[in-house]
Design a protein around this ligand. Sequence first.
Ligand SMILES: [Zn+2]
Ligand SMILES: [Zn+2]
Ligand SMILES: [Zn+2]
Length: 356
Amino acid sequence: LYSITCHCGNASQAVTITHLGDEIALCHKTEERHITGVLCTSYETIDKPEKYDQLRQFTGSDGTRYWCGTCGCHVFLHEDKGGESVWLVPTGTLIGLDTHDEKRTVERMANTYACHNAVKSTVDGGLSSVSIVQSTHGSTSKGAQGDVLHLSCGCKKVQMRITRPNNVSSSCRAKFPDLLMPYHSSDPLAVQNQGHKAWWLRPADSSKPNKYLAGTCACLTCRLTSGFEIQNWAFVPRTNTTLYFDGSKKPIPLDFNSLSVKTSLGTYQSSKGDINAFRHFCLQCGATLFWRDAYRTDVIDVSVGLMDAPEGARAERWLDWCTYRVSFSKDAALGRTGKIAVPAKSLIQGLEEGIK
Ligand SMILES: [Zn+2]
Ligand SMILES: [Zn+2]
Ligand SMILES: [Zn+2]
């Protein structure tokens, strides 16, 4: 028996992994990216779980997803494979052996990440070319730049549009992210960015920036609010972002004080890790939408998995990827005990080496 949890603890329980010793695949499918917000997902096969009534559910083309309505974490995926019922648990929720297990399961070697699924659907290789198993798939086709980037969650209840940087984009205020200034080793005053450097615009220091910075986060909070090992964020000014709800063509400005946003988005404030920050998710399918500072909301972190860029999942005509570090890479083992931390650590390590 293994323990799983989401960030708020609502999903905490023990599960039985049925295929220990197997290899885990990283899945890059378009549907997976949109319904989770992350660029690649991974699951363990388990016996039917005991508790899932307390979770929200959404049924899509590939099965029913159970996710936590409080923190937005994906917890189970129930598939019907030709009459056979298959239960899966996102690997990010696994934290170690169940300590209350009276059968005292002897911990066997944890499963390892070994292959990629559905890389073709990413067009550009998505995250596959930058992690454990190198994938050769990638496209360099040229096309129109485009002025608007479309985003949507898996159920399409929440859609977004992002526009190219303009004059207003550079006058926003935001402190530096851990990605650019590691919080554990940086001067806290410097992190505040009192010189108002528009670090989110790319190319850096260009007079005509046309892209936004994007990066990879492996922190505990990202992991336990998504359910997956790796989150990819794009840093975009709020003024360049517009929301659309329930298929309506009426644009809703991203104003966090307005009531429509509060009632239409799932909102979670974690007390540890990112105090004074909010995470928003789709209330219907649980997709992670964005992260924001509670007080300085000028620049938000948007889930790259939601993006529909014709050039591919990495949206490289819109995003300039930070290639020298993964944020909070040491967190892969945080909150985890025993062998379950081993493959997670090597996955993040491989990712850090792969993006360089
Ligand atoms: Zn939760
Ligand atoms: Zn949705
Ligand atoms: Zn994070």
